[in-house]
Design a protein. Sequence first.
Length: 234
Amino acid sequence: MNPYLAFKLVHIALGCVALVAFWTAGIARKGGPLHVGAGKVYLLAMAGLLAATVPMCWLAWFAGHQKIVVFLLYLLVITCTSTWLSWRAIRDRRDWARYVGPAYRALMWLNLGAGAGIALFGLFVADRMQLIIVSFSLIGISTFASMRRFALRPPTEARWWMRQHLRAMLGNGVATHIAFLSIGLPRLLPMLQGPVFQNLAWLAPLGVAAVAGVYLGRKYLGAPGRAGRLPQRA
């Protein structure tokens, strides 16, 4: 077995684990043992999956697939960001300053650079998937804007960490489901390998996540700023 195939199989296996764990945590009672346990499994699976992506990109680059690797590296950046934030929002829920520390700020600026870079790549270099690439560049740029706005001043919302965790997990969900819909499902159902379904597989999860974000935010937190405020200092 060649090294690329070995890493690819690891990537696929961990992706399957992540998909099951994501929905298990999503359906389970929030904060309950099953939710917490499935969430840990999900984050561990994502960490392993993302780690396996690095050597895959390295091997693909030297195999002559540089354009594909550029986009994959961008996806790696935005997925690492959402995975990191979903974890740290829970770990640092009592310490906003620690949450927005050096790692947060490094990822923030990395998203800006990666988003701007991949937009230029999609417009002037890529010879296919231009719509998807340019559309996805907005994720990195908007992530930078959101992270920078949040880091400017301490939050007044008591459960700011839950809102951050929810948003990050929706980002994780987008990544997990795009991988399944664009790669896994067409392998199982070859009739779904056409360009129309591929565009839907990449873009539809973004729309679903946007709607889900509004619904879940109101369900668990209420309108922004109304989910309980931190006491103001005199």
